[in-house]
Write a protein that binds this ligand. Structure first.
Ligand code: HEC
Ligand code: HEC
Ligand code: HEC
Ligand code: HEC
Ligand code: HEC
Length: 216
């Protein structure tokens, strides 16, 4: 009697078995890799804005400090986006006929805020506070990159939990970096350089990695 299955079925069966065992972990690993990539985190995406506002002109050419426009960064949770009044403080006089500034004038006279699009936006279940970090001497550049070189703001960090934790576990590896800060202070990154020892945490590291520090 001829064999019920041809000989190669053994090989086929073994291959199938191997696939069944290996596919779930492979898919898992692929997912874990994917969530860490910029495609998932929206990093390096240049978000369109209702006004062609260019940080390079304002920060470098006009030497306006970050805190002039994002004045709450040092004192409150949110850095905030400047109100139209702040723009008009200059643009009522300078470039007051520029077509690029038409939406700004419209917003001002209609008393309606410019609908800026958010670039950085944590989920509601995560709590972040600018003042805690900025007062500890961590410069804007540490988390937002070289804004002074960006025509449009892009996110340079993932803002994922592991990014926060990496620094909270080893705050001394990050700016304490008075040297880094001093080196790029000339490009206006907002907070003046501070002595390294001032940047060290005053709180125990464990309190910075407890879930409830960020999930309140
Ligand atoms: C003249 C005012 C002005 C100055 C000075 C300024 N900004 Fe901004 N910034 C804005 C406006 C307006 C927006 C919203 C439009 C945009 O995203 O480009 C913004 C957006 C941002 C965002 C993105 C906000 C989001 O949606 O997530 C970051 C980060 C930022 N600024 C950081 C900085 C830093 C760092 C400096 C100093 C190097 C700085 N800015 C200086 C006006 C200013
Ligand atoms: C401290 C003064 C000052 C403030 C505040 C300011 N700007 Fe300006 N802005 C300037 C100057 C000066 C220029 C000239 C461009 C350059 O430096 O090349 C300019 C240029 C611009 C331009 C380009 C105009 C063109 O025709 O090329 C836009 C758009 C603009 N600003 C938007 C804004 C917005 C939006 C705000 C508010 C968030 C703002 N600016 C706040 C001083 C200011
Ligand atoms: C330790 C990291 C860190 C530092 C330092 C930091 N930021 Fe942020 N920034 C963030 C995160 C995270 C968000 C998103 C917050 C959210 O969505 O709740 C953000 C959001 C913003 C926004 C959007 C509006 C808002 O308030 O959410 C602006 C503007 C901004 N930062 C400007 C600045 C400026 C200017 C400085 C320096 C004075 C600075 N940041 C320093 C991490 C940082
Ligand atoms: C570059 C380093 C750095 C990064 C990145 C960073 N932090 Fe922090 N964070 C610190 C330091 C340093 C302190 C401690 C300040 C102190 O000791 O008072 C702190 C304090 C805090 C606190 C206050 C804790 C408390 O006990 O009240 C919160 C909340 C916080 N960070 C949330 C975040 C979140 C959320 C992120 C990510 C989106 C983040 N941080 C990213 C350095 C960092
Ligand atoms: C330093 C701040 C910080 C601490 C401490 C922290 N988280 Fe998070 N967590 C975050 C941030 C930021 C996100 C991402 C928010 C977003 O995606 O916008 C996050 C996201 C999460 C998520 C959603 C899944 C994900 O990865 O996006 C879970 C679940 C979570 N955290 C649980 C925890 C638990 C459990 C602990 C304690 C062991 C903890 N977190 C401690 C900041 C923190």
């Amino acid at each position: 009697m001829a064999a019920l299955f041809p000989k190669r079925s053994n090989t086929v069966f073994r291959l199938l078995l191997a696939l069944m065992v290996l596919t779930p972990p492979a898919a898992f690993v692929a997912l874990m890799v994917y969530v860490r990539t910029p495609w998932n985190t929206d990093q390096y995406v240049r978000v369109d804005q209702p006004v062609e506002f260019d940080h390079r002109h304002h920060v470098v050419d006009d030497e306006i400090e970050c805190l002039y426009c994002h004045r709450d960064a040092e004192t409150s949770a949110n850095a905030g986006i400047p109100a139209t009044d702040v723009c008009m403080g200059c643009h009522a006089q300078v470039w007051n006929e520029s077509p690029l500034l038409e939406p700004v004038r419209r917003s001002y006279f209609a008393n309606r805020p410019i609908p800026w699009n958010r670039v950085h936006n944590l989920a509601d279940f995560a709590y972040f506070n600018h003042a805690v970090h900025v007062q500890r001497g961590i410069g804007c550049v540490q988390c937002h990159g070289r804004v002074d070189q960006m025509a449009r703001i892009e996110k340079v960090e993932s803002l994922q939990m592991r990014w926060c934790l990496e620094c909270h576990r080893h705050p001394d590896r990050y700016p304490g970096n008075a040297a880094v800060q001093a080196a790029s202070y000339d490009v206006f990154w907002g907070t003046p350089p501070r002595p390294a020892d001032e940047v060290k945490t005053v709180r125990a590291i464990t309190s910075l990695t407890t879930c409830t520090a960020c999930h309140r």
